[in-house]
Design a binder for this molecule. Structure first.
Ligand code: ZN
Ligand code: ZN
Length: 636
């Protein structure tokens, strides 16, 4: 075989020794080299030269699979040259390599890139009329391979899945069945996914952990780690892609606010109806596209439905325009695309068929006349216009559907809790990880409020296991044993008792006649002496002179333990250092570390008020001000 790699690379692809991830510097910042991985030797170096980030991506993969076996993801934006990265990995690997994707155009594109090294490979894709799997490297479509699993007794060492955001978690899917088959032949199969958009509608991120040390989701994912990610902005800044130019405040727009996407996206019939009701503005929109395209050379228009696309086409100059639909015959489609690439056609209308694998670098205007249910689809559409081409300096983006995605901030962890919030960076006081949360910042960028609950940071221990940072920005504590929980938790995972739901408690108390509810503006600690002995007295004092006290004798070990588990956890305001004070005087000396509850609730017992509940700000999901105003204090 012409492409025997060095032993080091061989072991990198096949062996698992002590697991570890590439560090942040190695994996996430392209300018740091991984010194421990040797370069491909001169003898196997092809004429193709990889860009530096492509080399870094390849090295991150080699480095990762040397120590780990869990499926991993590379995130490379459209236009980053994914096929070349795949070709280089296939070239370096010893053992058989399978490169899998969902459309024949990508199978062909990846195959041709590999062949540009002067190497040969097999193609297994009915759509391309070839069903071979004898070469060291096989490029296949998932449809063809999943229908012919019996023909694949090959012991593949590496499976590369292009456009891997299409791999569902569902074990009944073609992808998962194929993977299960390949793993039954070789349990040590390494699986690498590549994608520009590592999320799926409905489920969010397709991987669980990012190499920069960030937990993306608490739910297990088929792909465990993202080992390398390159931002679209980096490619644009470095001149590898054309900058998109979004037209500010387009006056015209369709209203798609009544539509809700299903897991499969918007329902085509509903989409068509919504467009049909608004078809009166289509001529104005097309007139505006024509106006903005005077100095442009290639215009792609994304329509919402077939009839919408036909309507748009009828408004464009007939000689310069064409339409591609899902059912356009292959030969006709090829001819149209060829004419468009040759610039014999200027306007190309389509209904979400020309997103993946379509490549016409001269495109310099993208018009979006359909709502996009996912940021992936939005990025794919814009990506059609970002390729470099002689004389092209920008790609104008006209969005008539109010999609409002930020192309440079595509993180979609959860939906923003309200439209005014933006991603903010909140460092963890415990592990220093720079958390990305939804939140609000002032004009200087200071974070005023955020919705983060738990630190997203993780580290790998010496056994390669993920160790999550324990710090919680929002938390509630078991009143029996003091264990910390997410604010959504209902039962203590340690001792099983029901946890207080502060919003419910507050609501209940507000409905009671004999409850005293106030926001203490002072919390005082003092020594309380009676003839039975001394105890710690904690007094909560409201703005109108309300006073409630609680007493903690701190003499016996059981009393000290009760204080440490029932009082300290929720009161501690710097939770990343242990609170060890356990005598009355020591607690009084350490009182600066203890915070007052946001709300105190007391009930009348005979002539006295007795403390019933203390509700802490950190345990509320909703800001307290939205639930209760202190003016409504005692309703006795
Ligand atoms: Zn942390
Ligand atoms: Zn408990």
């Amino acid at each position: 075989m012409a492409n025997q790699p060095t032993d080091a690379v061989h072991s990198a692809m096949l062996n698992t020794t002590s697991p570890s991830l590439p560090t942040t510097e190695q994996a996430a910042a392209p300018h740091h080299a991984i010194s421990s991985v040797p370069q491909a030797t001169a003898a196997t170096q092809p004429s193709v030269v990889l860009r530096d980030y492509q080399q870094h991506a390849v090295r991150a993969v080699v480095h990762y699979f040397r120590r780990q076996s869990d499926p991993a993801v590379l995130v490379l934006p459209t236009g980053a040259g994914k096929s070349l990265v795949i070709a280089e990995l296939a070239r370096l690997a010893r053992g058989q390599v399978l490169v899998l994707t969902h459309v024949k155009e990508l199978v062909e594109q990846n195959y041709l890139k590999y062949c540009s090294y002067g190497l040969d490979a097999s193609i297994f894709a009915a759509g391309l009329g070839r069903k071979e799997n004898q070469h060291q490297v096989v490029f296949a479509s998932i449809q063809s391979i999943s229908r012919n699993l019996a023909e694949f007794a090959n012991t593949f060492s590496l499976l590369v899945i292009d456009e891997c955001h299409r791999v569902p978690e569902d074990t009944d899917s073609s992808y998962q069945k194929t993977i299960a088959h390949l793993k039954s032949v070789n349990p040590n199969l390494k699986i690498l996914g590549l994608t520009a958009t590592p999320y799926r509608l409905g489920t969010g991120f397709i991987y669980q952990y990012h190499a920069k040390g960030q937990v993306k989701t608490d739910e297990p994912r088929f792909f465990r780690f993202c080992i390398y990610e390159l931002a679209l902005k980096t490619l644009i800044d470095r001149g590898y892609l054309t900058p998109p130019q979004l037209l500010d405040a387009p006056v015209l727009s369709y209203d798609f606010s009544g539509l809700t996407p299903t897991l499969q996206g918007f329902r085509p019939d509903e989409l068509a109806q919504v467009i049909d009701r608004q078809k009166k503005i289509t001529p104005q929109i097309v007139a505006q596209i024509l106006h903005y395209s005077q100095q442009r050379h290639g215009v792609m228009i994304f329509a919402a439905s077939t009839s919408h696309a036909r309507h748009i086409l009828s408004l464009l100059p007939a000689q310069q325009s064409a339409l591609v639909l899902a059912d356009t015959p292959a030969a006709e489609r090829r001819q149209i695309i060829e004419n468009f690439k040759q610039q014999q056609l200027k306007y190309l209308v389509n209904v979400s068929v020309l997103t993946t694998g379509f490549d016409a670098p001269h495109v310099d205007l993208i018009a979006i006349l359909r709502p996009t249910e996912s940021v992936s689809l939005y990025q794919q559409m814009i990506g059609r216009g970002l390729r470099l081409s002689p004389g092209k300096t920008s790609c104008l983006v006209l969005d008539y559907a109010g999609n409002l995605y930020d192309l440079h901030q595509p993180d979609i962890q959860e939906h923003a809790p309200d439209p005014a919030v933006k991603p903010v960076i909140v460092p963890c006081p415990l592990c220093q990880f720079q958390n990305e949360f939804w939140g609000k910042a002032d004009s200087n960028g200071f974070v005023m409020e955020h919705f983060g609950r738990r630190c997203q940071g993780f580290r790998l221990n010496e056994n390669g296991q993920v160790q999550r940072c324990d710090f919680r920005f929002k938390a509630k504590y078991c009143l029996e044993c003091g264990t910390e929980h997410d604010i959504a938790a209902r039962q203590c995972r340690q001792c099983g008792v029901d946890l207080v739901d502060p919003e419910k408690k507050l609501k209940e108390a507000l409905g009671l006649k004999d409850a005293l509810i106030f926001a203490p503006h002072q919390m005082l600690f003092s020594r309380h002496q009676t003839d039975k002995g001394a105890s710690l007295k904690v007094s909560y004092i409201g703005a109108e002179g309300e006073q409630i006290h609680e007493f903690w004798p701190l003499k016996t070990p059981a009393q000290k333990k009760a204080f440490a588990t029932k009082f300290v956890p929720s009161h501690l305001n710097d939770r990343f250092a242990p609170f060890t004070a356990s005598t009355i005087d020591a607690v009084i000396a350490q009182q600066h570390r203890l915070q007052a509850p946001a709300i105190v609730i007391a009930r009348k017992e005979g002539r006295f008020w007795r403390l019933r509940d203390k509700l802490f700000a950190q345990s509320f999901a909703t800001p307290i001000a939205q639930l209760w105003q202190p003016s409504s204090t005692a309703n006795s």
